[in-house]
Design a protein around this ligand. Structure first.
Ligand SMILES: [Zn+2]
Length: 136
């Protein structure tokens, strides 16, 4: 899902969640969008290129099915498990967790719709145990 799509669905979700999240709604909303920073981190490491414009060009011009399978660390089950564990001690981190979970739900829906559900690496451990090539 692209940033503009995340902005729209996250804003609707945050507005609907306002009664439940209260003053932490902006944190959850921002988290549900900023989680995708890890796409840029993956791009910068994988292509050894720090250009944000080049990263945006890659993600906007390369169809999802033709992209190299990526490991986006904030989207992994391990990171979410760690965040869930520490969110027991902080309401702010709990709001971040809600934002991340909503974002990943939206990504999963998008991946199902465009047929890329199994192209995304969702586990750090599994990605090292079963590395995939770009032809996967
Ligand atoms: Zn995402």
């Amino acid at each position: 899902m692209f940033p503009k799509q995340h902005l729209v669905v996250s804003t609707i979700w945050a507005a609907a969640s306002l009664p439940a999240l209260g003053k932490r709604t902006p944190i959850a909303w921002a988290s549900s969008i900023l989680i995708d920073v890890d796409h840029y981190l993956w791009y910068a490491i994988h292509f050894r290129n720090l250009s944000l414009q080049d990263a945006l060009d890659y993600f906007y011009t390369t169809p999802p099915r033709r992209r190299t399978p990526s490991l986006n660390v904030f989207h992994t089950i391990e990171f979410l498990g760690l965040l869930a564990a520490v969110s027991n001690f902080s309401a702010v981190l709990r709001a971040v967790l809600y934002g991340f979970l909503f974002h990943i739900l939206a990504d999963t829906y998008y991946d199902i719709r465009v047929g890329t559900l199994f192209r995304r690496r969702r586990s750090i451990i599994l990605s090292f145990l079963r590395p995939r090539t770009s032809k996967a």
